[in-house]
Design a binder for this molecule. Structure first.
Ligand code: ZN
Length: 151
């Protein structure tokens, strides 16, 4: 038995909406997808990764689109984070073109991202249309990245 999760995270990893708007966003998503199993808005004490699970394909450089080796990415992840403080998202030098980017700026397929805040729903159906993302962005007061996680 596998589950699919849809997470909405702020494009700015440090952004935290008000508690009320977080709950309102979760409610609005439930209203649009009444069949979902559960939905909650959550704030972590520090920045965490929201991964795409089994939907993962590859990671690319945001400047030149070269594929980043998973081993390299794992090293960056280890160096950037501690269990106590989470991720710092410090810039790293791309091995392909020597430009810099932080972990949240890499091109993940499928999308992944880093944040403290997330609205996360279990078994909420297929791709979220742009107008629904717009509505949640207005409620939360921030731009969102949508992450589809298969586990
Ligand atoms: Zn590059």
């Amino acid at each position: 038995m596998s589950d699919n999760f849809i997470s909405f995270i702020p494009r700015n990893p440090n952004f935290i909406p008000t508690r009320d708007s977080g709950e309102e966003a979760a409610k609005a998503f439930r209203a649009a997808r009444p069949f979902l199993d559960e939905v909650e808005s959550n704030v972590e004490p520090h920045i965490v990764l929201h991964d795409c699970g089994g939907n993962f394909e590859d990671i690319r450089c945001p400047h030149c689109n070269a594929v980043i080796e998973i081993e390299t990415w794992r090293e960056w992840m280890d160096a950037d984070s501690t269990e106590q403080d989470g991720f710092r998202l410090a810039p790293v030098t791309m091995p392909c073109c020597f430009k810099t980017a932080n972990l949240n700026e890499l091109r993940y397929s499928w999308p992944m991202g880093f944040s403290r805040f997330a609205v996360r729903a279990r078994n909420a159906g297929s791709e979220v249309p742009p107008d629904l993302v717009d509505r949640l962005e207005k409620i939360l007061g921030c731009e969102l990245r949508v992450i589809y996680q298969h586990i």
